[in-house]
Ligand binder design. Structure first.
Ligand SMILES: Cc1cc2nc3c(=O)[nH]c(=O)nc-3n(C[C@H](O)[C@H](O)[C@H](O)COP(=O)(O)OP(=O)(O)OC[C@H]3O[C@@H](n4cnc5c(N)ncnc54)[C@H](O)[C@@H]3O)c2cc1C
Length: 490
């Protein structure tokens, strides 16, 4: 970021911490780094540290950034120290939760990464039906701890996604139509602000900040913990995918459109279009076959779930039907291996007004035109409890869209060059073809690195963006937290 100091004169990869003593090492940088290192309970990783290269890697393998240091925070005090250090030295700040953002905002070049990945505790209060979750936890941590007590809250559909970024952008998932977005279940958050101060945000404390945190992303500080409302669920739920051949896409989508329009709030569904992943639960002869899947999860009694999906299972001629009573926590991990860390990813996304026949025709034309067998498209069915929360209650925009679509171009690290060009072009072409069918807006958490500030504004709409900018001006007037889907102080 222009105007920010960089650490180019600080220890370079060939140096190590002992460089403090060398005549070439600039005294301010190295002394300050030693001080920061000494004040942390967690580890401070420098380019010379053995864990540095692993720690700077995130989920999207195409992101290759070299921060000056990575503060692997062990607690709130470490986060405060890292924020104050970065501010004092006018350094870029990146906050890493689960490291899953496709745009790679969890890591920056030449600045300080506030890495929360060691802060993954989940503390469930069964009587109160709430949980405190640390800012670096993953959804698999939350699902496993809450399900151990027969409880759950809306979370992401892949277990290794971070709670931090997903929550702050709004949070969509299988339980949202029954229990609301992730932010609709957020009761409080503890935040280290740009001044390095700890504040609690809730309906009663700093309500303006609390409003902004529920959709406004990582713009307002580093959230060290979240408090969520929990609900009874399972542990066994009716859940799983049904696959049909890719050639049946138009028919399946037209039928699906009418089916979900009448579906109870308990039924959460995501449509996945791409090749069938080679998972052990799927018969080998179907692996990599192009197919459309409807993945369902019923947030209620198994018998009610069986009834709710009966018609879906009977539609057409499924290639394979894996819908079954399943432990919710197991179901939530079902897609984990299909999107592992380290592959290269590029996304394009938009809200959709609905699934008109024309929209379906575009989807059917483009979804299977990718050249990589790993690329896929996902359609999230919204509505239900999401749409019943007033628009101005949180900073999440897009409560009234029927579906949102995400086009995921995927290739392997060894397949850069031609593959990268072909896959990214496919995703852009697909989005372009959807232009006439888009509803206003896009889910901010699905924006990629080349989407730009214009699309961030588009994600919120003018009114919400202006209100977010005002809160930003109050809590982070210097825009210290800008390595994100940035809202500029207004
Ligand atoms: C495989 C996969 C599946 C997904 N599925 C879903 C889904 O089901 N539902 C959904 O809503 N989204 C989903 N997403 C999108 C997801 O919401 C975003 O990628 C989100 O940014 C991930 O959060 P993270 O903490 O892992 O990200 P990170 O990359 O660590 O963080 C992204 C940004 O969030 C901010 N941030 C993160 N943690 C904190 C914190 N504790 N305090 C302050 N700021 C923080 C920072 O600004 C950071 O730059 C998915 C993403 C992937 C890759």
């Amino acid at each position: 970021m222009a105007g920010k100091a960089t650490l180019v004169s600080w220890p370079q990869p060939e140096d190590d911490m002992t460089a403090v003593q060398t005549p070439h090492a600039p005294p301010l940088g190295t002394i300050a780094l030693s001080e920061l290192s000494g004040s942390l309970r967690g580890e401070l990783l420098l380019p010379t540290s053995s864990g540095y290269d692993t720690a700077r890697r995130i989920w999207n393998g195409s992101i290759d950034r070299r921060p000056a240091c990575i503060a692997r925070c062990a607690g709130v005090a470490d986060v405060i120290a890292a924020v104050r250090f970065a501010r004092e030295h006018d350094l870029e700040i990146a906050v890493r939760g689960g490291g899953h953002n496709v745009a790679g905002t969890a890591v920056c070049d030449s600045g300080v990464v506030i890495d929360l990945s060691a802060m993954r505790a989940v503390l469930v209060d069964r009587a109160a039906r709430t949980a405190w979750v640390q800012g670096g936890a993953l959804w698999q941590d939350v699902d496993s701890e809450t399900q151990a007590q027969g409880l759950a809250t809306t979370g992401g559909i892949v277990g290794h996604t971070g709670v931090g970024g997903l929550t702050l952008g709004g949070g969509i998932g299988f339980l949202m139509r029954r229990h609301g977005l992730v932010v609709d279940n957020l009761l409080a958050a503890e935040v280290v602000t740009a001044e390095g101060r700890v504040v609690r945000a809730s309906a009663d404390e700093h309500p303006d900040l609390f409003w902004a945190l529920r959709g406004g992303g990582g713009n307002f500080g580093a959230v060290t913990s979240f408090r969520f409302a929990l609900h009874s669920l399972g542990p066994t739920v009716m859940a799983g995918p049904v696959f049909w051949a890719a050639e049946d896409t138009s028919e399946v989508l037209r039928w699906y459109r009418d089916f979900v329009a009448e579906a109870p709030d308990e039924l959460g569904t995501v449509v996945r279009l791409g090749t069938i992943p080679p998972l052990p639960v799927i018969p080998g002869d179907l692996h990599w076959r192009p197919a459309i899947a409807v993945v369902s999860c019923y947030a209620g009694a198994v018998e009610d779930g069986e009834r709710a999906v009966r018609a879906l299972r009977r539609f057409g001629t499924p290639l394979v039907d894996l819908l079954a009573p399943t432990p919710y926590a197991v179901f939530q991990g079902g897609l984990d291996d299909t999107v592992p860390h380290g592959w290269h990813y590029y996304w394009k996304a938009t809200n959709l007004a609905g699934l008109s026949d024309d929209t379906i025709a575009v989807i059917a034309d483009h979804a299977f035109a990718a050249s990589s067998r790993r690329s896929y498209t996902a359609l999230f069915h919204m509505g239900g409890a999401v749409a019943r929360v007033p628009d101005d209650a949180t900073a999440y925009a897009g409560r009234h869209v029927a579906h949102n679509i995400i086009i995921d171009a995927v290739w392997l690290p060894g397949e850069s060059g031609e593959h990268a060009v072909a896959e990214t072009a496919w995703a852009r072409r697909f989005l372009q073809a959807l232009q006439p069918h888009r509803a206003g807006g896009v889910y901010v958490n699905f924006l990629d690195v080349d989407d730009g500030l214009g699309r961030v504004r588009e994600a919120y709409g003018d009114q919400t963006y202006r209100r977010l900018a005002e809160v930003k001006a109050k809590y982070d007037p210097d825009n210290a937290f800008h390595h994100n889907k940035n809202i500029e102080p207004g």
